[in-house]
Design a protein around this ligand. Structure first.
Ligand code: HEM
Length: 413
């Protein structure tokens, strides 16, 4: 696979701001110092010493970041009138995300003003900055901003799949989405509040879900970083996010993909908020649970094998993993990078626990990745125990490059 080392074609931040108008530029930077990017480190589960994430680069860093202890995803709608205001909005969002991910300090203000940060980001408390992934939804390409011809070829509203009768418009889609991952809930909440305050009046949140992952100390490929709320290891058969060749093959849009040029280095994001009927699950025999998934609950090994890292050999294609990845000729085209989190949001109003999985998958082709895999899962026996509630399809913007472009510069150029 050819390496996509070309920086996406874009415009400089200065030109971008010029296009957006000087007044917009002043408003865009008001209250924020453009942070100095000072280090390259990323969070690792075995060390909390990192100072921040690299906002700049060919790709948005959060896509391939390790699974995090805390996560949030939101669908957002924009409330601006034209493309010029949309450009200003992307500048403001980018500044806010860059400042957040860098871990740089927010401006000190006197007590006569609202503080520039939430107060949940004190390094003395062990705060580690979160990462943010910004994506665009199908509706951003409607008639409002004249972007229809630039829509990524496979971006579309999420269709109704077999088990989707509880999916609601109010908890699905959005003009934009943000996914945030952090070491603590507070860091993620801080991130979301800082982003939202930076675009107040121009962006309204449509839906959000937040949650958590337990993370093993020794994350490595072939070993799940943690368990989902059905008690099974989750993430075992994920591709290695540190492998550039795998990510180019599976995740990042490549030059020969017939996508608009601005989309190179981006990826499709599928979000599915999937409730688990945990009371029912907890009354189900272990043998049946394991047959539904296709792996042993405790070891994570494929059924009939010993180790989590053993390659499954299927005699039947009924289990979740056999349907998701039958390992038949051609099915390697349907791989994806899964990087979601668990959620538990109290009760559902009928004395049942509202718990489940916020499924996030990244793939270079939505059709070959999520849609094909979900169609194969349609009708799986596991459906009795799960109810998708919402989510949506988005396109993760390419990284902002090494210069001074904001996110979205290549789209809006
Ligand atoms: C609540 C819903 C779900 C649960 C409880 C669940 C659970 C699991 C578990 C336990 C595994 C095995 C460990 C692993 O490799 O990570 C797995 C694998 C997998 N799941 Fe799911 N999953 C759910 C939803 C989905 C959805 C919506 C998709 C995509 C449409 C999906 C795609 C996959 C894939 C591709 C694998 C890897 C299969 C392999 O290569 O062996 N899952 N899932």
């Amino acid at each position: 696979m050819e390496d996509n080392s070309e920086k996406p074609k874009g415009i400089s931040r200065r030109k971008f701001l010029g296009a957006a108008g000087a007044a917009g530029a002043a408003a865009a930077t008001a209250g924020f110092a453009w942070p100095l990017l000072k280090n390259e480190s990323t969070y690792s589960a075995s060390s909390n010493e990192s100072l921040g994430y690299n906002f700049r680069g060919k790709h948005q860093a959060g896509v391939t970041a390790p699974r995090m202890p805390a996560g949030l995803v939101a669908g957002l709608d924009v409330r601006v009138d034209d493309k010029r205001e949309l450009e200003q909005l992307f500048v403001r969002l980018s500044e806010s995300i860059e400042l957040l991910m860098s871990g740089a300090r927010y401006e000190d203000r006197s007590g006569g003003f609202p503080p520039a940060d939430t107060g949940l980001n004190d390094r003395a408390d062990g705060y580690v900055p979160p990462w943010v992934v910004l994506s665009v939804g199908d509706s951003l390409f409607d008639s409002r901003f004249g972007l229809a011809s630039l829509k990524p070829r496979e971006l579309q509203p999420m269709p109704k799949f077999n088990n989707d009768y509880m999916v609601k418009p109010a908890t699905s889609h959005g003009d934009l989405s943000v996914a945030i991952g952090g070491v603590t809930h507070e860091s993620v909440i801080h991130g979301f509040r800082q982003l939202m305050r930076s675009v107040r009046g121009s962006v309204i949140p449509k839906w959000t879900r937040s949650g958590f992952n337990s993370i093993r100390p020794d994350i490595k490929p072939g070993i799940a970083p943690g368990r989902n709320l059905m008690g099974f290891k989750d993430g075992t058969a994920n591709p290695d996010p540190q492998s550039d060749s795998s990510m180019n093959e599976i995740v990042w849009v490549q030059p020969n993909d017939l996508q608009p040029e601005w989309a190179l280095g981006g990826t499709y994001l599928a979000v599915r908020v999937i409730r688990m009927m945990v009371e029912f699950w907890d009354r189900t025999r272990l043998n049946e649970q394991e047959e539904l998934i296709g792996r042993s609950r405790d070891s994570g090994a494929p059924l009939g094998m010993k180790k989590e890292t053993d390659e499954p050999r299927f005699t039947s294609f009924e289990s979740h993993i056999a349907r998701a990845n039958p390992r038949t000729s051609g099915s390697e085209e349907n791989l994806m990078l899964r990087n979601g989190f668990n959620y538990a949001d109290g009760l559902d109003g009928n004395d049942q626990m509202d718990q489940g999985l916020v499924f996030l998958s990244y793939q270079r082709s939505l059709e070959k990745g999520f849609i094909t895999v979900q169609r194969r899962l349609d009708g799986e026996a596991l459906e009795e125990y799960i109810r998708p509630l919402g989510g949506g399809f988005f396109f993760v913007l390419p990284g902002p490059g090494q210069g001074s472009d904001p996110l979205g510069a290549s789209l809006l150029a």
